[in-house]
Design a protein around this ligand. Structure first.
Ligand code: SF4
Length: 370
C-alpha cells in the first residue's frame, strides 16, 4: 500500500442512513454503523471534542492532518437540512483551524451540481463513492439501484468541482469473479480516484444476502480466497500510485467474529486483521520473488525494511516466516532500518546451502574429534 509519512487523524462520525430507500442485498446499515439513533449536531460536537482532547499533546500541528469523516450511510441522500445541520458544526472546527478538513461518503446517484455546491459551502474536501463493482449485472444482482455509468458521471463531476475523489469497491459480491474485480479496479483507475477502499463481502444479519447464504444461493469467500482476490486488486492500484486507505471493514462491537454472540456477521471472510493479512501476503510474494531470482539455494537471508514494514514482513502470527521456512527452507531475519523507504526492501544472503553443508560437516568433524 502506498503510505504517507504524514500522520493523519480521522474523527469518524457514523451517520446511519435510516431512511435509505435502497435495499442493497449485502447491507444492513444499522448494524454496520453500530447504532440506530439519528445523529444530531450535539453528537458531532461531543465526538469531535472527545477526539481533540485525546490527541497526543506535543505534536506540532504541521505534523498531523485532522479530518472529520462522515461515514456510514449515503450522506448526500439524507435530507439537505440534516446535512447542513451536521456539516455546519464540522465546518466551525475547520474555520477555527482545529480541524483541517471534512470528508463524506455517499452513493454515485446522490451526486449532482447542487449537492456539490452545498458540500463546497461547508468546506468538504473529499468525497468517497460507494461503487462496489463496474459490472452492471453484478450491481443489479445486489440491488444497488445504480449503474456504473452513474459512477462515471459522479466521479467526473466531483473532480471537476475540485474535490478529492475516493472509491469503495467490494470483493466477493454475488456472481462476481476475480476477473470482474480486476475489471472494476481497472475501470476505477481510469476515473482517477485519489484513494480507494476495498471491502471483502461479509454476510450481515438481517440482510437479503443472509437469506441467499442460508438457501445456498450465495457462497461467501474464505479468508484465504478473499486475501488472494484483494491482493490482485491492490497490485493494480499500487502500480498507479492510488492510495489504499482501507482493506476490510473496521472491527466494531458488532462487526466481529461470527463466533461472538453479539456479532452481526453471519459468515464470510471476517478476520480481525484482514488488511494486515493482505499486506503480509504482498510482502511474502515479494520476498519469494527475490529469493527465486538468486542463483544459489539460500539457507538464510536478511530482509532489511523500514521499521513500519517489519510486522508485515514477519506476517500475522509469524505466518510469513513459517511459510518461507516450510516451503522454501529459508530462515529469514528481518532487520529494521530507518533509511529504507516504506514499502521497499533489501535482501542479503547470509548463508547458502553449500555454507550450511560446510557448517554441518565442521560440526560433525568437531563431534568426531572431541
Ligand atoms: S449500502 Fe448504502 S445505499 Fe445500499 S442500502 Fe446500505 S445505506 Fe442504502
Amino acid at each position: 500500500m502506498k503510505k504517507d509519512n504524514k500522520k493523519q487523524y480521522i474523527i469518524p462520525i457514523f451517520v446511519p442512513h435510516l431512511g435509505c430507500p435502497n435495499d442493497c442485498t449485502f447491507c444492513n446499515q444499522k448494524s454496520i454503523s453500530g447504532q440506530m439513533k439519528e445523529v444530531t449536531k450535539e453528537d458531532v460536537t461531543k465526538k469531535v471534542e472527545e477526539y481533540l482532547a485525546s490527541f497526543k499533546k506535543g505534536l506540532e500541528k504541521e505534523d498531523i492532518h485532522k479530518e472529520i469523516a462522515f461515514f456510514g450511510g449515503s450522506f448526500t441522500g439524507i435530507n439537505p437540512e440534516k446535512q447542513e445541520e451536521l456539516l455546519s458544526v464540522a465546518y466551525e472546527y475547520v474555520k477555527t483551524k482545529q480541524i483541517d478538513s471534512i470528508r463524506i461518503s455517499t452513493r454515485p446517484d446522490y451526486i449532482n451540481k447542487d449537492i456539490l455546491k452545498l458540500l463546497k459551502k461547508y468546506g468538504v474536501k473529499t468525497i468517497e463513492l460507494g461503487v462496489q463493482s463496474s459490472n452492471d449485472y453484478i450491481l443489479s444482482k445486489c440491488k444497488r439501484g445504480h449503474t456504473f455509468e452513474d459512477v462515471k458521471k459522479a466521479s467526473k463531476l466531483i473532480r471537476m468541482h475540485g474535490f478529492k475523489l475516493g472509491h469503495q469497491m467490494m470483493v466477493g459480491l454475488p456472481e462476481s469473479t476475480k476477473l470482474d474485480e480486476l475489471n472494476t479496479a481497472k475501470a476505477l483507475i481510469k476515473l482517477k480516484p485519489k484513494m480507494v477502499r476495498i471491502y471483502p463481502v461479509l454476510v450481515i444479519k438481517g440482510t437479503k444476502l443472509e437469506q441467499e447464504y442460508k438457501t445456498g444461493e450465495y457462497e461467501p469467500l474464505t479468508v484465504n480466497q478473499a486475501v488472494e482476490r484483494c491482493k490482485e486488486v491492490v497490485y493494480l492500484f499500487n502500480k498507479k500510485n492510488i492510495e489504499i486507505i482501507r482493506i476490510g471493514l473496521q472491527n466494531t462491537d458488532v462487526i466481529t467474529s461470527p463466533d461472538n454472540e453479539n456479532s452481526e456477521v453471519v459468515a464470510g471472510p471476517y478476520h480481525p486483521a484482514f488488511g494486515q493479512l493482505v499486506e503480509d501476503s504482498i510482502w511474502y510474494d515479494s520476498i519469494v520473488d527475490k529469493i527465486k531470482k538468486i542463483n544459489v539455494k539460500v539457507k538464510e537471508v536478511e530482509v532489511i525494511v523500514n521499521p513500519e514494514d517489519v510486522n508485515n514482513v514477519i506476517g500475522h502470527k509469524k505466518e510469513n516466516l513459517k511459510k518461507l521456512k516450510d516451503i522454501y527452507e529459508v530462515d529469514v531475519k528481518v532487520t529494521p532500518d530507518e533509511k529504507m523507504k516504506i514499502g521497499k526492501s533489501d535482501l542479503k544472503i547470509l548463508k547458502v546451502y553449500t555454507d550450511f553443508k560446510q557448517d554441518e560437516l565442521e560440526n560433525e568433524h568437531e563431534k568426531v574429534t572431541k
